[in-house]
Design a protein around this ligand. Structure first.
Ligand code: FES
Length: 137
């Protein structure tokens, strides 16, 4: 099995209702299954993989979805957003601007890269590519 072009990490963390942090899994249950099903329905499951993760540390702005290796983070994702993420980001190669989690962008890419292209390679992603010959994004 070869690596997929992109991996979508979908926070499915669920906390008790009274937890002030909130939880992505409670806000949009079944998001990972829906995304996985849609990728399969479109015949894209061999190019892209949807994975359910535990907390990705952006609980307040969740549901959180992170697309790797692009290092693009989305906030407040609803079931209705899935098609747009697939069409514009996965197939079109551009992040869905209206869904971007800009706080995550600043924290994961630093102030210089965070202001510009969300899909600009970070030093860590460049290092990963160098470390894994034959890996193509
Ligand atoms: S519960 Fe989803 S990011 Fe923390």
């Amino acid at each position: 099995m070869s690596l997929r072009e992109k991996y979508l990490l979908i926070c499915g963390n669920v906390r008790p209702e009274d937890d002030p942090k909130g939880s992505c899994g409670a806000k949009c249950p079944g998001l990972k299954a829906l995304l996985k099903d849609e990728l399969g329905r479109r015949g894209l499951h061999k190019r892209f993989r949807a994975l359910e993760s535990s907390c990705l540390d952006f609980c307040a702005s969740g549901p959180t979805v992170c697309v790797m290796p692009d290092n693009v983070w989305y906030a407040g994702i609803r079931k209705e957003d899935i098609g747009e993420i697939i069409e514009i980001h996965l197939l079109g190669g551009k992040p869905v601007e209206r869904l971007l989690n800009r706080q995550a962008l600043r924290q994961t890419q630093g102030p210089e890269q965070g202001r510009g292209n969300a899909m600009a390679p970070t030093s860590s992603s460049v290092s990963l590519r160098k470390a894994k010959p034959g890996w193509t994004p």
